[in-house]
Design a protein around this ligand. Structure first.
Ligand code: GLC
Length: 530
């Protein structure tokens, strides 16, 4: 189980209003203190901490081998790693290999003249004709992916925002330098990486136009065959795997940003030779629907190579929080419980995003307090991502127990009710539900490594599956519907075993008498047998 920490937003130790590494160190017991009182996660993933102008939450690196002073020092990171390891937790860093900040000295040099030795470290090209970018490629956030640079009269390529120029991975020096960066951090004791936009590293060598297709937005009206998911990026995944394996038990998790689920699989290779984990976007695209999630998981289970391992999440720093996104008025928390049960009992590595376990909702950050460049650029058409990045809610009160200063983003109003202190003291809170699910998962091999099989013929609104390991079974029944339901476990699953309710939002723990079950509205029920 991985817990994603948005470093700016988790805990501030020095009162500057922004979270930092020492803040995280002070909160590790909450995540895992080795007892059942804590959440019990296995690893933390930190959003980027490298030196950065922080114009995109750190996804705009200006020096890959240092830590931004606002987050701390290299020594702080060493201490964080040591403290995590002492508690049996691993530390994963975010590695942004595709692009740098435009303030990175490499880019400053690169843009200075056409014959600068670093010129070829980025993707430069003449316009098609005066005022026309080199080709039709679009930035992920809309608009041409090419920015014109007056100094040298050429365009540079940026898959994301103009201040995030893409590195030219076709230059062997760039490739070597970035692999060296990975090695540097692995050598420092980091347990692995979350690899930002890993399928974006290479573009078509000839920079050919993308063919068009029907689509509601310009970006969707292109077939993205030339701007990302090029085969060369897979070779980098392979090279990184070789590097990581040389350090022992390390893990690589790729943000494979694509609508093509086959690409997500490609980055896993045969399950042993490329990344360990790959983001599966289809899962987070699902609305609140038992069949939707069931179909999404079914596709991955059917197509994943035998040695590969799934990875699921419902929240991250780019998405509207699932509490709001999947919630319905008045049913947010009940749905959040069902979603948590699913996330933590599916076969695969679950990622929990900070505050998800408290029921942090999508916050409404006023325009004048926004930080996210996407929100600022497209407001009010798009509100951006700040609403999912507000301070972690540790305690009631205006600063949420997050900082002694002024928080960099405003604390959400729900903090008064949804915060660690309040929910820890409240049996039956959402936080308590997460802890119990995690505890059950830790105690149940079938839930950790067991096989997955969907249970067909369930009543509408119910998603159910069986996990099995060494003859022991766990059956998970999730009622997505606001009405009660009476599903029956098929004979081959019930198979006259003795079943107990191990955990449920409604049913009392203890023996289950027959295969015919009763699910309350939004009930999550986990049965164990053998
Ligand atoms: C990834 C990150 C996102 C960032 C973008 C550009 O999608 O998750 O937060 O803005 O890459 O680096």
């Amino acid at each position: 189980m991985i817990y994603q920490i948005a470093v700016s937003s988790f805990a501030d130790s020095d009162g500057d209003g922004r979270g930092d590494l020492r803040g995280i160190i002070g909160k590790l017991d909450y995540l895992n203190d080795g007892t059942e009182a804590s959440l019990g996660v296995d690893a933390i993933w930190l959003t980027p901490i490298n030196t950065s102008p922080l114009r995109d939450f750190g996804y705009d690196v200006a020096d890959y081998r240092t830590i931004d002073p606002r987050f701390g020092t290299l020594e702080d990171l060493d201490e964080l790693i040591a403290e995590c390891h002492r508690r049996g937790m691993r530390v994963m860093m975010d590695l942004v290999l595709n692009h740098t900040s435009d303030e990175h000295p490499w880019f400053v040099e690169s843009r200075s003249s056409r014959d600068n030795p670093r010129r070829d470290w980025y993707v430069w090209k003449d316009g098609r004709s005066p005022g026309k970018p080199p080709n039709d490629w679009l930035a992920v956030v809309e608009g041409s992916a090419w920015a014109y640079d007056e100094t040298t009269g050429q365009y540079y390529y940026h898959a994301f925002l103009p201040f995030q120029p893409d590195l030219n991975w076709r230059n062997p020096e760039v490739r070597q330098e970035m692999l060296d960066v990975a090695e540097f951090w692995l050598g420092r004791g980091v347990d692995g990486f979350r690899l930002d936009l890993i399928n974006f590293l290479y573009e078509d060598a000839a920079l050919r136009d993308n063919p068009g297709r029907l689509g509601i937005r310009p970006y969707l009206a292109q077939r993205h065959v030339h701007d990302f998911s090029q085969p060369e990026s897979l070779e980098v995944a392979q090279a990184l795997r070789g590097l990581a394996d040389g350090f022992g038990e390390r893990a690589l998790m790729g943000e494979v940003c694509t609508d093509t689920p086959d690409d997500c699989l490609a980055y896993l290779g045969d399950g042993t030779d490329r990344l360990h984990l790959s983001f599966y976007l289809d899962f987070i695209r699902q609305r609140w629907s038992a069949t939707g999630f069931s179909r999404s998981v079914g596709w991955l289970e059917a197509n994943l190579p035998p040695a590969a391992w799934p990875c699921y999440y419902l929240d991250n720093h780019d998405l509207p929080r699932s509490f709001t996104r999947l919630g319905a008025p008045g049913a947010e928390e009940r749905r959040a419980r069902v979603a948590a049960a699913m996330l933590l009992t599916l076969r695969g590595t679950p990622i929990i995003y900070y505050g998800q376990e408290l029921g942090m909702a999508r916050s409404r950050v006023p325009r004048q307090l926004m930080d996210d460049p996407v929100g600022i650029k497209f407001w009010p058409l798009r509100v951006g991502r700040d609403g999912s990045r507000t301070p972690m809610q540790w305690a009631p009160g205006p600063d949420a127990g997050f900082t002694d200063g002024t928080p960099w983003l405003p604390v959400d109003a729900m903090c008064a009710r949804r915060n660690v202190a309040t929910e820890l003291a409240q049996p039956g809170s959402l936080l308590d539900w997460y802890r119990r699910l995690i505890r059950l998962r830790r105690a149940t091999l079938a839930l950790q490594t067991g096989s997955y099989r969907a249970i067909r013929a369930m009543p509408g609104g119910v998603y159910a599956y069986v996990r099995e390991h060494g003859g022991k079974r766990a059956a998970v029944l999730l009622n997505f519907a606001a009405r009660a339901s009476e599903p029956e476990l098929p004979a081959d699953i019930w198979s006259n075993r003795s079943w107990t309710c191990a955990l449920s939002t409604h049913t009392a723990e203890g023996e289950i008498r027959g295969p015919r079950l009763k699910l309350e509205p939004y009930e999550a029920l986990i049965l164990i047998s053998g």
